[in-house]
Write a protein that binds this ligand. Structure first.
Ligand SMILES: Cc1cc2nc3c(=O)[nH]c(=O)nc-3n(C[C@H](O)[C@H](O)[C@H](O)COP(=O)(O)OP(=O)(O)OC[C@H]3O[C@@H](n4cnc5c(N)ncnc54)[C@H](O)[C@@H]3O)c2cc1C
Length: 566
């Protein structure tokens, strides 16, 4: 690798740390505005289309039909039984970043250009006023320094560019997105929808809003993206660009402007703070191949390394002015982390509609926005949960027989009962005890301190879970399902892949790290716009909000640069 040496060669207008969902957005906004931008990414490059080795391949074209050999599995022991050849190459290899779990925690990572935008399930819902007002209403966590109206134009801006499918549902709890035609619901979903909406005034069963293209507009064609082909092989990378990923969308867009330089294999160690200037001047990077430390400089730094990495980078950015981490006079950095509670599931089976089946595949599904504690506190737990619904009618064959009967059954499977799976996305409450910090002695192979996770479920989460089981069972019963099963996976926090907080936004620098523009209160040229900035978690899939916050903050930073304030 050609490592530049002169300081001016290593100086940019803006540095973006991380090239995933939020880093891609920061890069695009800066590049569009003519800002000379360096994007630093710890992982390898993944070029759209070229670097999706398993995309569109049927199982018989994959070695072992997609199963992973024991030798390969051993390299990904962290992924464990979930390792599949389809996309194991987008998962974290053992040894790359060991962590210390004081309490059980599962941290899903994707370290390559594009980050988790190649792994995500693409569900995209806006936050509502109820979500931004939540902490102020019940007093848990601090008040958000912004409200829905502050973010609304940025949701519009992001949605137009990424493409979102769905309907305009006209709900106060889930503001409408700018949408393309929704994926069609299956027969059982349509039945469930009409029964629930007939029998409940406060519950809405809607088509999932997702970052896919069903009617590509010129802005999507300009990105080189096409209509979703319903292959349902999204987590291998989509050669059509049928769903939004940084690789298919924001990064190539930014590159085309000529204003973005992308540097893979660049592990950011810390942010450099200049005591004289009273601001950050750049970042320290460890080259992942040579382990050499290099410094890069810029007027503005955007931290988009994903929630826990952004916490860790700030905690590791110590100086005489900030001995406890950049911008951490308050001591709240790393604290009040939260996530979503996705432990609960209720599955129901319907004996009817034997003459109906769904043709083809759909990446979509159905969604019930939060209905608990919306207009008033009506349960003994705080906040609420949303419900993600998938349905199927699978081929079945009785395999509890032997000989020719078994052969006959396998050769002539029949369609089984309709099945609906209801999955919980519960809001967890950020508390001080749930935190991450840096280990005092243990480091990774780059010499960077390991992250200590100290996070646990609370009584509130268990009450939500019990209520989810009860309410979903009741809904299935009312919709004529003959049978249902409620389960609790009992899995540790983090498994839900929606981690947030630790660098939260707030009105006061005594209780938060970031102001209303995602600027570090005490170091204004550092912005943090990934999930770590979240003051509370809502019940929506979070990445659309991360993107909108990022676009808003990047445009503000550009204006501040023009005004010479940064
Ligand atoms: C299986 C799965 C399903 C999901 N489904 C959904 C969904 O349906 N809807 C939704 O809203 N969200 C979903 N998510 C969550 C979503 O992927 C994340 O919210 C989103 O990717 C966060 O964006 P980010 O930019 O903060 O982080 P990422 O996309 O993870 O990008 C961070 C990037 O920073 C890089 N990086 C990290 N540390 C450093 C460092 N020190 N130096 C340089 N680079 C660094 C990483 O390599 C990575 O490329 C899902 C996640 C998973 C895993």
């Amino acid at each position: 690798m050609n490592i530049q040496t002169s300081k001016s060669d290593r100086t940019y207008d803006a540095i973006v740390i991380g090239s995933g969902i939020t880093g891609g957005w920061a890069a695009k906004e800066f590049a569009d505005k003519g800002i000379n931008t360096l994007v630093l990414e710890r992982g390898r490059d993944v070029e759209h289309q070229k670097d999706y080795p398993t995309a569109s391949k049927p199982p018989w074209e994959l070695e072992y039909r997609g199963a992973v050999s024991a030798k390969r599995k051993a390299e990904y022991s962290y992924v464990g039984k979930f390792a599949r050849a389809e996309n194991v190459h987008f998962r974290l290899k053992d040894g790359e970043q060991p962590i210390v779990t004081e309490k059980p925690f599962r941290w899903v990572r994707g370290y390559h250009v594009g980050g988790k935008s190649l792994l995500w399930a693409r569900k995209t819902q806006r936050w509502s006023e109820f979500d931004f007002e939540g902490p102020a209403r019940d007093g848990y966590a601090v008040d958000w320094p912004i409200r829905y109206k502050d973010l609304e134009p940025w949701y519009d801006h992001v949605e137009k560019f990424i493409g979102v499918v769905g309907n305009r549902d006209n709900l106060d709890i889930l503001p409408d997105s700018i949408v393309q035609p929704a994926f069609e619901l299956s027969h059982i979903e349509k039945h469930f929808q009409s029964e629930i909406m007939r029998q409940y005034k406060d519950r809405h069963v809607i088509s999932s809003r997702m970052a896919h293209l069903t009617d590509p507009q010129q802005i999507h064609k300009d990105q080189g993206r096409y209509r979703c082909m319903h292959q349902k092989m999204c987590n291998r990378g989509c050669v059509f660009g049928g769903y939004f990923s940084s690789n298919a969308s924001t990064l190539p867009w930014a590159a085309k402007t000529g204003n973005m330089t992308l540097r893979p294999h660049s592990v950011v160690h810390s942010i450099i703070y200049d005591e004289q200037k009273g601001k950050a001047t750049g970042v320290r990077v460890i080259d992942a191949n040579t382990h050499e430390m290099i410094e890069y400089y810029a007027r503005v730094i955007f931290l988009n390394a994903s929630t826990f990495n952004s916490n860790a980078i700030l905690l590791n950015s110590t100086s005489a002015r900030f001995p406890n981490g950049l911008g951490n006079d308050s001591g709240v950095l790393g604290k009040y982390v939260a996530w979503h509670n996705t432990r609960a599931r209720v599955t129901g089976w319907h004996k009817g509609f034997k003459d109906k089946k769904t043709l083809g595949k759909t990446p979509g599904g159905t969604y019930i926005p939060r209905f608990r504690n919306v207009h008033k506190q009506d349960t003994d737990f705080l906040r609420g949960y949303s419900v993600t619904i998938h349905s199927s009618r699978d081929l079945e064959a009785d395999k509890n027989v032997i000989g020719s009967e078994l052969t006959e059954n396998i050769l002539n499977p029949h369609l089984g009962d309709w099945e609906i799976r209801m999955l919980m996305t519960g809001e967890t409450i950020p508390i001080e005890e749930n935190h991450v910090r840096l280990h005092e002695e243990k480091t990774d192979k780059y010499g960077i301190p390991q992250i200590v996770f100290s996070c646990d479920w609370q009584e509130n989460d268990m009450k939500q879970l019990a209520d989810f089981h009860q309410q979903c069972g009741e809904m299935l019963d009312k919709a004529g399902f003959a049978d249902f099963k409620a389960t609790d996976s009992g899995r540790p926090p983090g498994s839900d892949v929606h981690e947030m907080g630790g660098v939260r936004m707030g009105r006061s620098e005594k209780t938060s790290i970031l102001n209303e523009w995602n600027q570090v209160h005490q170091c204004k040229n550092v912005f943090v716009t990934d999930g770590s900035c979240m003051t509370s978690t809502g019940t929506q899939n979070p990445s659309l909000t991360f993107m909108a916050l990022t676009a808003r903050a990047a445009n503000y930073a550009v204006e501040e640069m023009k005004r010479q304030n940064l």
